[in-house]
Write a protein that binds this ligand. Sequence first.
Ligand code: NAD
Ligand code: ZN
Length: 367
Amino acid sequence: GAKRVNVALGDRSYDIHIASGLLSLAGGLIKPILKQQRVFIVTDENVAKVHLGTLKAGLATQNIEAFEVVLPAGEATKCFAVLESTIDQLMAQGADRNDVVIALGGGVIGDLTGLVAGLLKRGMRFVQVPTTLLAQVDSSVGGKTAINSKIGKNLVGLFNQPEMVIADQDVLQTLPVRELRAGLAEVIKYGLIDDLSFFEYIELNAEKLNAASPEALAEAVRVSCESKARIVSEDETERGKRALLNLGHTFAHALERANGFGPALLHGEAVGCGMAMAMRYSQALGLCSGQEADRAEKGILALGLETDVRKLAGGPYEANALLEHMMHDKKAEQGKLTLILAKGIGQSYIEKQVDVEHLLAFLKTET
Ligand code: NAD
Ligand code: ZN
């Protein structure tokens, strides 16, 4: 059956619809919010090939006309030039303030389109139709939108919440297996942050999740979205608790940076290893037992992810370089490093006083 998660944020809220076959039903879901019987779909070339037709057919059942903008796939699309050309194309097609934009794609399309919707004619409404697992459990929820600048990733953006999110697990069937696993890293993250019983669900269903079982994925997406929605609604603009979502990410960003953000290492692959490092470092600090750290690592491995820096793609990685990258990450303040550490599985917390020398010694044992 269909599942629904409500994201409540201050003065407004919206629903995340989660089920197989939703692309075909999108017309019925979207029709109530339309003022004119038309939508503007922004997608990328890969997704257009496999899922645009299904979405358009689903819209056509409700006589909704669909315009489309098809962008190149890949992170490079999150740039000023594509932002501009997307806005130009939408305006040439006649999009105005009363219209709704649909982001059909992974996090790249979702981030760019959310920003486009926030800017065009001072703001249009938009709907997220995430087609990667990462986008279904992470980027489509919470309202962060952005493009990259020359200076760094995600530096130009808005907090902009969608009207709704439509997460269809059928679309995940065409996802390359590496992209699926990268998404699973963000899924297990929610268990590790504050939900031991979800971590247990993942342990028990690792094989099904790896095989992209729509039922197992729908449940994983539901719990992940509930978890992210809860954390985000408590801290929409990331002043406090939202930082927990960065579990494993300071390590991961250092690995990605050391790899020059090359294609050898996906973000989620880095996060899988980064979370294992966070658990092992928590163990080294005496915060959690070796048993807990081992169990976390086993769970990550069961999803087909790598937990050993020495075997991780894109390496070799060197301790001093990793530390330097960690210090430059936005979580470094006044010489002291902030890390998300854990007192056990599902017991993560924000540690603001990480000793840099001690951390370097740990990194040397890892690399
Ligand atoms: P992506 O959008 O680049 O998609 C990955 C690849 O899969 C692309 O080649 C895409 O064309 C392809 N693809 C997408 N759906 C497919 C499908 N159903 N079948 C076949 N191929 C498909 O990458 P992503 O991992 O989804 O998102 C990464 C982006 O998300 C990054 O830019 C990151 O900064 C951003 N992000 C944002 C937030 C947020 O809160 N806004 C959170 C996490 C990540
Ligand atoms: Zn992430």
